[in-house]
Design a protein around this ligand. Structure first.
Ligand code: UD1
Length: 359
């Protein structure tokens, strides 16, 4: 039986690993060693996902915590390399585009351990955003590249990567379908004091949006304007980075116009998304999850890796400008029909594990 080390560290990676881990357990496919880098560590950024998504407890916790990019990446690299030297796995799984992802891929590939990258081939501008750097580097040192869509595979082809590429669909769609029976929109709405179809959910955490006081102020002012003009409530679950910045930039009183909360776990966020009017986000994962829930999103980014959803007119790209945000939000309150199954059919986890098993 093969030994596989799966490395996670940040919120979106827990969600992806939940699908792979469950499929591996279901088939008893291989010895699966789960490693948590510690990049995200607050209970509502980490533990809650392990509990809600019935995940196995990590076998190792590297405890790297927050820090400058170089330090954080280096710490995962050093600690993970040591772990790999002891465990000697046949394969390493990495997910998405975080500092944990690139560090894990680098440690393994230098030790000549094959790397499988889940959510490979995503490309977006600006090219110097940390997540884009992490994706490009990880793709170029991975042996198996699992893509959510044909577009992602084409992106890899443009960079000369054609071997080991598999279009398998999105593991986040698998999870969405699996967990849907556990969503409780009415109860969760009541918990947050929200009325059906009468609120927008906004999430922000990208460095270019929240680390710049002007951008952050513009975005929040745009949201306040929409609230005033439409009477819709704005739910703003605050990522710790964003909370820190709003305090630093003296924006607390502006934020008080909105319904700001602590970060929200998977089940509650998906439950609330079922009944919202629309979404505003700069999260890669949440712009897709909104679509799975049949909700349109204003994506506050210069570009997105999920261009399929922009091209079909479902999601709208938007700059960090108050008027632009307000206009776009009012536009997406109109419902559209969008092609289904852009990112697979909910069997992505099965496709990934099968491809790795029979190789
Ligand atoms: C990271 C990923 C990003 C992913 C996001 C999901 C990188 C470069 N970015 O961004 O791809 O979309 O996770 O959330 O890896 N903090 C806490 N508690 C925590 C975690 C973070 O307080 O549990 C605060 C710290 O002040 C930290 C800041 O948030 O410095 C940013 O965290 P970090 O993991 O560096 O980046 P994210 O913005 O979360």
């Amino acid at each position: 039986m093969k030994k596989v080390v799966s490395l996670v560290g940040a919120r979106p990676q827990f969600i992806k690993e939940a699908v792979i881990g469950a499929e591996v357990r279901r088939r008893n496919a291989w010895k699966h060693i789960l490693v948590h880098s510690g990049q995200h560590y607050d209970a509502n950024m980490s533990d809650i996902f392990f509990t809600e998504l019935d995940m196995k407890k990590p076998d190792y916790f590297l405890g790297v915590g927050s820090g400058l990019h170089g330090r954080q990446t280096a710490e995962v690299l050093t600690k993970f390399e040591e772990l790999l030297l002891n465990e000697k796995p046949d394969l390493v799984l990495v997910y998405g585009d975080t500092n944990t992802t690139v560090a894990g891929a680098l440690a393994a590939s230098k030790l000549k351990i094959p790397v499988a990258h889940i959510e490979a081939g995503i490309r977006q501008n600006p090219k110097d955003m940390p997540e884009e750097i992490n994706r490009v580097l990880t793709d170029h040192i991975s042996k198996f590249l699992f893509c959510c869509s044909d577009l992602a595979a084409k992106n890899l082809e443009k960079e000369g990567i054609t071997e080991g590429v598999f279009v398998v669909g999105d593991v986040m769609y698998d999870l969405y379908l699996k967990m849907k029976p556990r969503f409780t929109p009415k109860e969760t709405r009541e918990l947050y004091g929200l009325e059906k179809d009468r609120y927008i959910i906004a999430t922000l955490h990208r460095d270019f949006n929240v680390d710049n006081s002007e951008s952050l102020r513009n975005i929040i002012e745009g949201l306040v304007q929409v609230k005033k003009e439409t009477g819709l409530e704005i739910l703003l679950p605050l990522h710790p980075r964003t909370r820190k910045r709003t305090a630093e930039f003296g924006m607390q009183s502006l934020v008080e116009n909105l319904k700001a909360t602590e970060p929200i776990g998977y089940l509650h966020l998906m439950s609330l998304t079922q009944d919202c009017a629309a979404v505003v986000t700069d999260s890669g994962g949440y712009q897709k999850e909104a679509y799975y829930a049949g909700k349109r999103a204003v994506v506050v980014m210069p570009d997105t890796g999920w261009r399929e959803l922009i091209e079909c007119g479902w999601n709208l790209l938007c700059s960090a400008d108050a008027e632009h945000i307000a206009d776009n939000l009012k536009n997406i309150l109109v419902q559209l029909s969008c092609p289904t199954r852009i990112f697979g059919d909910g069997n992505s986890g099965k496709n990934i594990v099968e491809n790795l098993l029979f190789r």
